[in-house]
Design a protein around this ligand. Structure first.
Ligand SMILES: NC(=O)c1ccc[n+]([C@@H]2O[C@H](COP(=O)([O-])OP(=O)(O)OC[C@H]3O[C@@H](n4cnc5c(N)ncnc54)[C@H](OP(=O)(O)O)[C@@H]3O)[C@@H](O)[C@H]2O)c1
Length: 275
């Protein structure tokens, strides 16, 4: 039995599918215990990662778990997992964990989560992912309204990765000890600017989309309307001050899964309906 937390999320939902297709027994955890859209044979369970007591029962009979980072209950959940006989944990993390900068709000919570899994006594693997291709879904409202798409950090090249590829790496880490004790740096296959992604989305959707870069001031206002200021400061530190370089393509997905990671065009084709 494999427990997937964040099962309604971008990576978790793909992982549930990948594991179910390979014949694994899967428990899919979300706060509401949502069962809609789950593949046959997958059991939905409810649990809140900020409240370990709500997760404890779901660990019964579990051999490996996929863990979302940064929730208040993570240390206790890992201790409960060990007590329940769980053998392996794969943690969803980010490239910024590698900066070691605990003063940065995003890197800080990822570093804390990585430290917790390293000290858990379980066989652990951290998946240090670059930005997700699914972040482009945040542009969907603008794209539905018109052809001009305003994007933050227009000069930042990033090698965004498809959550599908993250889930395939996670599945390998959950099913064997080969990747235990490793922080895997997971990237997509190409470095793109936000404007490149908008252009590719336009080509896939048959639309003449045009990206307009937000100034730093505009980007700060826009980001602060949807996330706490320390996280906005963290992203400014990464992509304006340049404390995080996500422009490098790394061979991890191929090395772990034996297949090339998907391109942004492939992701856009698979998710065109969302736009
Ligand atoms: N987005 C990126 O570019 C990026 C890059 C590197 C790392 N990451 C890491 O990946 C994580 C997921 O990113 P995402 O943007 O793809 O998010 P997402 O798809 O929205 O996933 C969030 C998931 O977490 C679950 N969740 C939220 N609060 C919870 C709680 N208290 N207890 C249990 N489950 C809870 C949600 O389920 P319910 O709401 O249904 O309960 C949902 O399944 C981020 O938090 C970040 O740490 C993201």
């Amino acid at each position: 039995m494999i427990l997937v937390t964040g099962a309604t999320g971008n990576v978790g939902a793909e992982l549930v599918r990948v594991l179910a297709e390979s014949g694994q027994s899967v428990r899919a955890l979300s706060r509401a215990g949502r069962s809609e859209g789950l593949p046959p044979g997958v059991t939905a369970v409810a649990g809140d990662l900020n409240r370990p007591e709500t997760v404890r029962e779901t660990l019964d009979g579990v051999r490996a778990m996929f863990l979302m980072p940064g929730y208040g209950g993570q240390r206790q959940i890992l201790a409960d997992a060990r007590a329940a006989g769980v053998e392996r944990v794969a943690l969803l993390s980010g490239r910024s964990a590698g900066t070691g900068d605990t003063g940065n709000a995003v890197a800080g919570y990822l570093i804390e989560a990585e430290t917790a899994v390293r000290k858990s006594g379980l066989a652990w693997t951290s998946l240090r992912c670059t930005s997700f291709m699914s972040n482009a879904l945040q542009l969907a409202d603008q794209i539905r309204k018109g052809d001009t798409v305003r994007v933050p950090f227009p000069d930042a090249y990033t090698t965004d990765v498809d959550p599908y590829d993250i889930s395939r790496v996670a599945a390998r880490a959950l099913l064997s000890d080969e990747w235990a004790g490793r922080a895997l740096e997971v990237t997509g296959p190409e470095a793109l600017l936000p404007a490149d992604r908008v252009r590719i989305l336009g080509e896939v959707l048959g639309r003449d989309l045009r990206a307009v870069g937000l100034t730093n001031e505009e980007a700060r206002t826009e980001l602060e309307s949807r996330m706490p200021k320390p996280y906005v400061d963290a992203f400014f530190s990464f992509f304006v001050d340049g404390t995080l370089d996500e422009s490098q393509v790394l061979p991890t997905v191929r090395e772990v899964t034996g297949r090339e990671p998907r391109t942004f065009r492939e992701w856009a084709r698979a998710h065109a309906d969302a736009f």
